[in-house]
Design a protein around this ligand. Structure first.
Ligand SMILES: [Zn+2]
Ligand SMILES: [Zn+2]
Length: 340
């Protein structure tokens, strides 16, 4: 591949050194100033953000799919998370899923990767022959191997019946991104520099028992810098990663409004094994809308895009009022198929 895909682990240090925070933003600004105007209007922008799925999950409705976002950078698609409904949302967005060669998973909760077997399986069946790299935290390599195994019967049948020769395992591989409290380089090519940091989705007690981790990503292109929070409680690391960015795509939950909805669900039989344990997870490992506003303000971003919305069916004004308590910049309440 032309790009220097995760030589990241070899190149991490070099790129991370070059991109030291907090000076990083200014360095990037001056770096890119030579090749593009510092501020580009949306009309002339070569970087488009498309929200494919905006429902906080695991959950989905007919209006909101599970989490997925797309960056189209100089006509190249980069998929961030791949929750249930992503493939259909891609079709609706007009982005050809056969062209997706880079997927970035923030973490391995199923509302962020449920459509990965569908995406990779259909890419292979429909005839993509270039590699698709899936980046993500601990377990991402095994996850992609499992996807290939999930699709193995399909592969075996079609390789015989359709005389095909390319094995999915030769195309699809997962790359584990090891990130801590400082940004690390994930991928860099002529269009984009992608960095990651560990966010605050998993509490210390959980992390002591499991190797799983959760990530936020930053994409710096010639005309924009866009950060994806992933799922996270208030995170100083995320603030560091998002410093000076144009756009922070951040999860948001209206906890008090959602509690009443949650109680009704429990009364109807949901979360029957431990409703208070699940509630503790919900409020302890996610950001309230006000937290999202606080992080956006602390990072000094221009625009806050609320994503992974919970609940997904209340008026935008509720979210805007909560985020506005701390953040004076532009606030956008994300919706499926919104283009920014
Ligand atoms: Zn989630
Ligand atoms: Zn999660």
């Amino acid at each position: 591949m032309a790009d220097s895909v995760n030589q990241s682990l070899a190149n991490n240090k070099m790129v991370a050194d070059m991109l030291q925070f907090p000076r990083r933003t200014f360095l990037l600004g001056s770096l890119f100033a030579t090749i593009a105007p510092a501020v580009a209007s949306a009309a002339s922008s070569s970087t488009r953000l498309i929200l494919l799925g905006t429902q906080g999950g695991p959950n989905f409705s007919l209006k909101r799919g599970e989490t997925a976002s797309m960056l189209v950078i100089n006509d190249q698609p980069y998929l961030i998370d791949c929750g249930y409904g992503t493939l259909r949302a891609l079709l609706e967005s007009g982005v050809n899923y056969l062209n997706i060669g880079h997927v970035f998973l923030t973490h391995l909760h199923d509302d962020h990767n449920a459509d990965l077997p569908a995406l990779l399986g259909h890419q292979w069946t429909q005839g993509r022959i270039k590699p698709t790299r899936v980046f993500g935290p601990y377990g991402t390599d095994k996850l992609v191997q499992a996807v290939n195994l999930y699709n193995q019967a399909n592969t075996e049948i079609r390789m015989v019946d359709e005389a095909r020769s390319l094995q999915p395992k030769a195309m699809f591989a997962g790359t584990v991104v090891k990130a801590g409290a400082e940004p690390v380089a994930v991928l860099r090519n002529g269009d984009v520099t992608i960095t990651a940091i560990e966010n605050a989705h998993y509490p210390a007690e959980a992390k002591a028992k499991i190797p799983h981790r959760s990530l936020a990503y930053r994409f710096d292109t010639a005309d924009r810098s866009i950060v994806f929070s992933g799922d996270t409680a208030y995170s100083d690391n995320l603030v560091k990663l998002a410093h000076g960015a144009d756009v922070l795509v951040c999860e948001a939950i209206e906890k008090e409004v959602y509690r009443a909805i949650y109680d009704k669900r429990v009364a109807n039989g949901a979360y029957a094994d431990n409703p208070e344990g699940v509630w503790k997870h919900i409020i302890g490992t996610h950001s309230s809308t006000e937290d999202a506003g606080r992080m956006a303000a602390a990072a000094g971003v221009k625009t806050l895009v609320l994503n992974h919305i919970i609940p997904g069916d209340i008026d935008d004004s509720v979210f805007i009022a909560s985020a506005r308590k701390a953040f004076g910049g532009e606030i956008v309440v994300g919706k499926d198929q919104m283009v920014l």
